[in-house]
Ligand binder design. Structure first.
Ligand code: FAD
Length: 393
């Protein structure tokens, strides 16, 4: 008997179940998740799905029949409260414990909250799942003005969708530029202009002090005393890994479940994959925690391979995308430690890319409406930089 229980029925969990079966695993595979839906993709939640250009069924990664034919058991609407690694059992909030031979954590992340006065007022929302969009839609329709706390991908994508509905949007970013954590000043400036041109009131260096309102949020009070009136506030200030269950079960975590290149945790019967993990990247010379579809899929495949007795050393070139208005940002690699940024093409033309170098090697590329440079970058990261490595403009 080799019963694999996968905790978390999201992008990584579904991929793992599928890859494990494809690798020849004969034993039982059970996907346990707390949401009521079949495993689904999240990127459209802040893009086409929020805009109403896509139905919920379109989000599903696979139809129900797929799980049946692949003999992948699904336990949805099943929040798990505890894991006992010695007894090899997981404990759902309701019902009988579920025993496993091998367990995989694929629990993802959750939005960070900000502990400010009024943060629990109705109308102050976060965005992670379908339920959050369902809760946001009526507020979108009722409010003529919304505020977004956080100028990262999710905040800016929601701002763009709201503008397409004619909603007035104020984006409050504590840093001096948007997406500061992930892109260079040139790319931030491009997106700041883009949002400005589309009528977003973008406030940089804005400290949020409180959310105001009687029975429903009516405004955001800033540190300087200004009040931004609004009928909804999206708090989009990053995500925290769901690693507490693993930590309580005695598995090593440190802002993410610590895994090796095969997704192995500190417990020999437990792997982990996706947003909830942290691993050492020899490529980048440090430990990293990635929040992307690419990582969820590729790391899940690596874990399936490791579990099938074919160890791999997962150390990817990460990639990511964001859609804002008609602009597509594609990111290959991680640019954090760059010492030189080369802009190729004219940002004013709306199509350009920025190559990030460290000690003369290409470590990352941000492509703005420039898919060719992105595709080539995914193959060229790590190489010594030459002007002809990527397209001319
Ligand atoms: P998830 O897909 O989050 O799945 C984890 C599942 O585990 C969830 O269903 C969760 O509810 C469940 N779970 C957690 N704890 C428990 C428990 N105790 N019991 C039972 N179930 C539990 N990535 C990109 O690459 N490009 C994008 O454009 C992009 N846009 C995004 C937009 C939004 C709005 C969001 C929220 C994310 C976006 N991402 C994007 C990130 C991408 O969706 C994630 O990286 C990916 O979903 C990670 O997969 P995962 O399986 O690790 O986690």
């Amino acid at each position: 008997q080799d019963r694999v229980v996968i905790l978390g029925a999201g992008q990584a969990g579904a991929q793992l179940a599928q890859s494990l079966r494809a690798s020849g695993h004969e034993g039982e595979i059970l996907l346990v998740g707390d949401e009521p839906w079949l495993p689904y993709q999240r990127p459209p939640l802040s893009k086409k799905f929020l805009a109403g250009e896509m139905e919920a069924e379109g989000l599903e990664l696979r139809p129900a029949a797929f799980y049946e034919t692949q003999r992948i058991g699904l336990r949805l609407s099943t929040p798990v409260e505890a894991v006992d690694c010695r007894e090899k059992r997981v404990y759902p909030k309701a019902g009988e414990p579920i025993s496993y031979d091998r367990l995989v954590f694929a629990t993802g992340t959750r939005p960070r909250s900000i502990p400010l006065p009024g943060a629990d007022l109705p109308g102050v929302v976060t965005l992670r799942g379908i339920a959050d969009v369902d809760a946001m839609r009526p507020l979108f329709k009722q409010s003529s003005r919304i505020a977004v706390v956080g100028g990262g991908y999710i905040g800016l994508e929601v701002a763009a969708v709201a503008r397409s509905f004619g909603v007035e949007v104020t984006v409050l970013e504590a840093q001096d530029r948007v997406m500061k954590r992930v892109v260079s000043p040139a790319v931030s400036a491009y997106f700041e202009n883009l949002h400005g041109e589309n009528g977003v009131d973008l406030r940089l260096g804005a400290g949020v002090a409180a959310f105001e309102g009687a029975s429903q949020v009516e405004g955001v009070r800033l540190a300087d005393g200004t009040v931004v009136p609004c009928g909804m506030v999206l708090v989009a200030v990053g995500a925290a890994p769901n690693d507490e269950l693993a930590a309580k079960a005695g598995i090593e975590v440190s802002d993410g479940i610590l895994v090796d290149g095969g997704g192995r945790t500190s417990d020999e019967n437990v792997h982990a994959a996706g947003d909830c993990t942290r691993f050492h990247s020899a490529r980048y010379g440090r430990s990293i925690r990635l929040e992307s579809v690419q990582n969820a899929i590729d790391q899940a495949k690596a874990v399936a391979s490791d579990m099938a007795g074919k160890p791999v050393d997962y150390d990817p070139v990460p990639w990511f995308w964001s859609d804002q208005y008609a602009t597509k940002l594609q990111i290959a690699g991680l640019s954090q430690d760059y010492d030189e940024a080369v802009t190729v093409g004219d940002p004013a033309s709306g199509s350009f890319y920025v190559a990030y170098l460290a000690a003369g090697r290409l470590i990352a590329v941000d492509s703005i409406n420039h898919p060719r440079s992105h595709m080539l970058a995914r193959r060229s990261i790590g190489e010594a930089w030459r002007a002809d490595l990527l397209p001319a403009a």
